[in-house]
Design a protein around this ligand. Structure first.
Ligand code: GLC
Ligand code: CA
Length: 553
């Protein structure tokens, strides 16, 4: 295991969809233990698990009822302890997902608030409505509808930026911050080696005013005390242990704030997730539309974050996939003829960047978007809400379904495809049906067949992960964008202590040529996704469909 996070790779697990060992159709912690050797073989340093704490599961565990106990559907505290110990034996650190912007309305704090206990009411945002009884502000919930829920007995509303069962915590209350510090320390004492903080840049609310131009996000995103609260959390908890890796999920953030969040010496977090590069197939902030991905914009955003974060000595988490995103091979690659080539190409572009790469379960075997044909197959609260909202806006049921199929978070949540047995080996043939449908392509797309094939996507990811450890320019180098205005090439140069790395990738399914490409004399090829080595340089490079090549000097 590398304890230098610049050389590390993180593997993300969505436990509910990873591996089921007790045949109830839900993945569990023993399933994660069972697959540790698989992740060891891939070569990752950390595993980030999405939440498995006690929860009513309205948002699959991002609605936490009790941060100190394990939801029995996932396992027990003994399982967690064993998982941490078994990970450690293999040099893999466990990272837990801390949801502190909100709690489940079933959390004790909220229940006491609802009983009228003023101490706990101040853990949340209870506010009077407007004179006409309308909600305090016009802010929209990220999952659709107004962000305030009316409570008759107080004649007040409480704030929920997400589901109505996810009540926002009032971080301006010092008692809330102290409770949160206690939770983080509890898990540090158990041996957890890292934390991912859920939508953590939303914790500091500003003024409660109507948003005349938007959905309200400008009032609570990167809010007034955000840096103060993160520094305090750092100082009171993980800041005492320099080896703990922390990553903040930053919703609609600004890069200027990220210099602070993830600066090498700002005393906040190790790194940040930002999402602007994954909105290139949105219309502005509107996700529930069908527009083709804008490649020029994708490059521009990634290069901006790469170069400016470097200038400010701040660190990115780099990624395409997580449990909230469609599968990247379906999104920016090709599920069909160039499935393998495009999956490898996309992996290369991320893994050679300046930042810590994250691999989301199934990405390393080229898993694709769901093949769900009916709305009833979708489970995600956000998708189901927006399916209704789209129809209320006048779209037909089939047009609304098409949009959901493309953008749904469930695309990343179907069961991990382990082999070609029943239910893709996620659970056994005599189990209850998996909680969400298995993608029908599992006989072809699965881990067992990838492990057996030396030329597979899995084997390629394994090499990418190993290269970051072996070749310092990947971990430590500066970055310079290349081919910035080329319509199909994504290319960049990394440099470090006299060494140089050139990465080039064709993002499309047609051969292309890159004129005025760099001269490669003295370079050797480190990795690429076509075996027949096309000699690239003769004044220009020619790249086959979805071809990528990485050269080193
Ligand atoms: C984050 C999580 C997402 C969750 C939301 C609310 O964006 O990644 O899955 O629904 O926060 O907690
Ligand atoms: Ca289970």
């Amino acid at each position: 295991m590398s304890t230098d996070f610049r050389k590390s790779t993180v593997y993300q697990i969505y436990p509910k969809s990873f591996c089921d060992t007790n045949k109830d159709g839900l993945g569990d912690l023993r399933g994660v233990i069972k697959k540790l050797d698989y992740m060891k073989e891939l070569g990752v340093d950390y595993i980030w698990l999405t939440p498995f704490f006690v929860s009513p599961q309205n948002d699959n565990g991002y609605d936490v009822e009790d941060y100190y106990n394990i939801d029995p559907r996932y396992g027990t505290m003994e399982d967690v302890e064993e998982l941490i110990a078994e990970g450690k034996k293999r040099g893999i650190g466990l990272m837990f997902d801390m949801v502190f912007n909100h709690v489940s309305t079933r959390h004790e704090w909220f229940r006491k608030a609802m009983e009228g206990d003023p101490y706990y009411k101040d853990f949340f945002f209870f506010r009077k409505g407007k004179d006409d009884g309308a909600p305090p502000t016009n802010w929209e919930s990220k999952f659709g509808g107004n962000a305030w829920e009316y409570v008759e007995k107080f004649d007040e509303y409480y704030l929920h930026l997400f589901d109505v069962t996810q009540a926002d915590l009032n971080w301006d209350n010092e008692n809330v911050r102290r409770e949160i510090q206690k939770i983080v320390r509890f898990w540090m004492d158990k041996g957890v080696r890292g934390f991912r903080f859920d939508v953590v840049n939303l914790i500091s609310k500003g003024v409660f005013e109507d948003d005349q131009t938007g959905d309200g996000r400008k009032y609570y995103t990167d809010g007034p005390n955000i840096h103060k609260y993160l520094k305090e959390l750092h100082d009171m908890t993980f800041g005492t242990d320099a080896e703990i890796l922390t990553v903040g999920e930053m919703s609609s953030t600004s890069i200027e704030n990220c210099y602070q969040y993830a600066g090498a010496d700002t005393g906040e977090l190790s790194m940040v997730f930002s999402f602007h590069h994954l909105k290139v197939d949105f219309m502005g902030n509107e996700k529930w539309v069908l527009v083709p991905a804008d490649f020029a914009k994708l490059k521009k955003i990634i290069f901006e974050w790469q170069t400016k974060m470097a200038e400010h000595n701040a660190w990115n988490a780099v990624f395409w996939c997580n449990h909230d995103q469609p599968r990247v091979v379906s999104r920016f690659g090709d599920e069909g003829r160039y499935w393998k080539e495009s999956a490898k190409m996309l992996g290369t572009v991320i893994h050679c960047l300046r930042g810590t790469p994250y691999v989301y379960q199934g990405e390393e075997i080229g898993m694709t978007n769901t093949d769900f044909a009916e709305i009833s197959q979708f489970k995600d609260v956000e998708s189901l809400n927006h399916y209704e909202i789209l129809q209320n806006k006048g779209l037909s049921a089939s047009d609304a379904l098409r949009i959901v199929q493309i953008h749904s978070r469930d695309n990343g949540r179907t069961p991990m495809q382990w082999d070609d047995s029943a239910y893709a080996g996620f659970t056994s043939a005599d189990s209850k049906k998996p909680w969400i449908g298995v993608n029908g392509n599992y006989p072809r797309v699965n881990a067992a067949s990838q492990l057996a094939d030396p030329d597979s996507i899995f084997r390629y990811y394994q090499k990418l992960i190993a290269l970051r450890k072996e070749v310092d320019v990947i971990a430590f180098g500066d970055i310079e964008p290349l081919a910035e205005s080329h319509p199909s090439v994504f290319a960049y140069r990394r440099t470090y202590e006299g060494h140089e790395l050139i990465v080039a990738a064709n993002f499309y399914g047609r051969e292309c040529s890159w004129k005025s490409a760099p001269d490669l004399s003295g370079f050797k090829k480190l990795i690429g996704n076509y075996s027949e080595g096309s000699v690239p340089y003769n004044g220009k490079w020619t790249l086959k469909p979805y071809e990528t090549q990485v050269w080193y000097k």
